[in-house]
Write a protein that binds this ligand. Structure first.
Ligand code: AR6
Length: 229
């Protein structure tokens, strides 16, 4: 109707204005939209095929955005040369996914606000099955930035994670990641492993691998949806 389209236009204009405002003014801004920042699951240490992974990311993002209205998803990687970011960006544009609700970003997932000005209240951690700190990759970075509180809060909830599943952990408010970055929850997720040196190796079985990767994104996005609701 005319009314709703006028409403939408006004909202868009307001959002654009808010985007330009300095966050220090405390004004309502796009930084208040619930936002999940997530790394690409399994495509680095776990050696999952990038083409297949990027198809699944775009498919799952689209599915989530059709279900949950007021939330944003941001796929993050460390370098501008990231093949997974490039591939996902192209495929998301081909599917006409709303770029206000889903976009890719180059940066360290533990410093998106302090270094980039983007507030993400939830971040995903690509964990190991023991839910232990360290081991490199994004897991080491997140546990290190969050401090010992994250390990304690995680342990209270579970001792391990199976491939395809996720665990939402509210971050204690004295964690540096909470205080500096505004991260209120970390969602640990475990993806399929195609690296023979790591546990639960799938021996190049991409039927199983793609199923588990889809499950991992579903579990992650469902965890985020329960925080948003
Ligand atoms: N910020 C943003 N993205 C990052 C960061 C960071 N600080 N660090 C890495 N990435 P990986 P996997 C990107 O290897 O393949 C872990 O040690 C990276 O470039 O962390 O699922 C766990 O403990 C890549 O695009 O996860 C598991 O044992 C993505 O994050 C195992 O590795 C995922 O890379 C899981 O392997």
């Amino acid at each position: 109707t005319v009314t709703s389209s006028v409403g939408n236009t006004d909202e868009k204009v307001k959002e654009d204005e808010d985007l330009r405002k300095d966050s220090s003014t405390g004004a309502t801004s796009l930084n208040d939209v619930p936002t999940l920042a997530f790394p690409s699951i399994s495509t680095s240490d776990f050696q999952f095929n990038h083409e297949k992974a990027s198809d699944i990311i775009v498919e799952k993002v689209e599915e989530f955005l059709n279900k949950v209205g007021n939330a944003r998803l941001v796929l993050v990687d460390l370098t501008a040369g990231s093949r997974i970011l490039t591939s996902v960006k192209v495929k998301a544009a081909q599917r006409s996914i709303d770029s206000n609700k889903f976009f890719t970003l180059v940066g360290d997932i533990t410093q998106l606000y302090t270094k980039g000005g983007l507030r993400c209240n939830v971040i995903a951690n690509v964990a190991n099955w023991r839910l232990k700190p360290g081991g490199g990759g994004v897991n080491a970075a997140i546990f290190s930035a969050a401090g010992p509180d994250l390990e304690i809060a995680t342990k209270k909830q579970a001792g391990s994670l199976s491939p395809g599943s996720a665990l939402t952990v509210p971050l204690p408010s004295n964690s540096p990641l909470y205080k500096k970055e505004g991260v209120t929850h970390v969602i640990h997720v475990l993806g399929p492993n195609m690296n023979p040196q790591r546990p639960n190796y799938l021996n190049n079985d991409y039927d199983k691998g793609c199923t588990v990767l889809r499950e991992a994104y579903s579990s992650l996005f469902e965890g985020f949806a329960s925080i948003v609701r």
